[in-house]
Write a new protein. Structure first.
Length: 293
């Protein structure tokens, strides 16, 4: 057994570091948005909470999955090798559709929601830790999903976290995946219909034990760059986007945060217009705030 994402999960014998990794998620955008709108900072559990998930839920993505304008949930169940879909009834109570759970690969640890096939609805990309690949789930528009023929897409050794963004600037959403055991990041360029090719310089080398990744334009040249927490090295690697989703490590990288940084979120924290970083440090029990200079 191990603890990933704060839950005890069964980790089948393979990972050297995989069994030791702990993740404390930082969800910055959601926190800031809630703070701006809420009348108070008191929370009450809603009527149907907790919602059922599968065995060993480790990651959750929030997006309108059924197209009715409210925000639904996709939960990666690490020990069950699937994703639970929760449709929102509009009041924060959730219903699992008959097609849920959706199958993934071995040991899904991360899920990202984005319109990967360009048809207007939110699809899912799921990093499978022990399968060394990423499952692509295309949305039929109502929160039911299917895998395209090209899924799963190959990643590196021990894919642990996935994020979606237009990394090559051609208008569709690409994927960046941290490979926990490979100490690198796989860059998958979208061919436009949720089929992917690895970028020319992929995989990009990072530090020891990359577990979390955030995309933002850190250097102000309009393309998306990447920040990666290397939990075993206790560093952050900053990758600058050069052209067509090929990356170079920034001159000042790696950056140092606390001990065993496990999660990173990017947003403008000091109000000067550029994205800064908030980093959850698993072993030093604190959060580092790194201002973008
Ligand atoms: Ca919805
Ligand atoms: Ca879609
Ligand atoms: Ca793209
Ligand atoms: Ca940039």
């Amino acid at each position: 057994m191990s603890r990933i994402g704060g839950h005890r999960v069964t980790v089948r014998s393979r990972g050297r570091r995989a069994a030791m990794v702990g993740v404390a998620a930082v969800v910055l955008g959601a926190t800031l948005a809630a703070g701006a709108l809420a009348a108070s900072t008191n929370f009450t559990e809603l009527a149907t909470s907790p919602e059922a998930a599968g065995d060993g839920p480790t990651a959750v993505a929030v997006a309108d999955l059924d197209g009715d304008l409210d925000r639904d949930l996709a939960v990666a169940n690490t020990a069950d090798d699937n994703v639970t879909i929760h449709r929102n009834n509009g009041a924060g109570n959730f219903i699992e559709p008959a097609s849920s759970p959706e199958l993934t690969g071995d040991q899904p640890t991360s899920v990202a929601a984005a319109d990967l096939d360009g048809d207007g609805d939110q699809d899912l990309a799921v990093a499978n830790l022990f399968a060394d690949n990423v499952t692509i789930l295309r949305n039929r528009g109502t929160g039911n999903f299917f895998q395209p023929a090209s899924s799963p897409e190959a990643a590196g050794d021990g894919p642990f976290s996935v994020t979606a963004g237009d990394l090559d600037g051609d208008g569709d959403r690409d994927l960046a995946i941290t490979n926990l055991l490979g100490d690198n990041v796989t860059i998958l360029r979208n061919l436009g219909s949720a089929n992917f090719n690895q970028a020319g310089s992929s995989p990009e080398t990072v530090g020891d034990g990359p577990v979390s990744i955030a995309a933002a334009d850190f250097d102000g040249d309009t393309d998306l760059d990447l920040a990666v927490t290397n939990q075993s090295a206790s560093t952050l690697t900053i990758l600058r986007n050069t052209v067509s989703a090929n990356f170079n490590e920034a001159a000042t990288s790696p950056e140092v945060a606390g001990i065993s940084p496990s999660s990173v979120a990017a947003d403008d924290l000091d109000g000067d217009g550029d994205p800064d970083l908030a980093v959850a440090n698993f072993s030093s029990d604190n959060v580092s705030i790194l201002g973008n200079q």
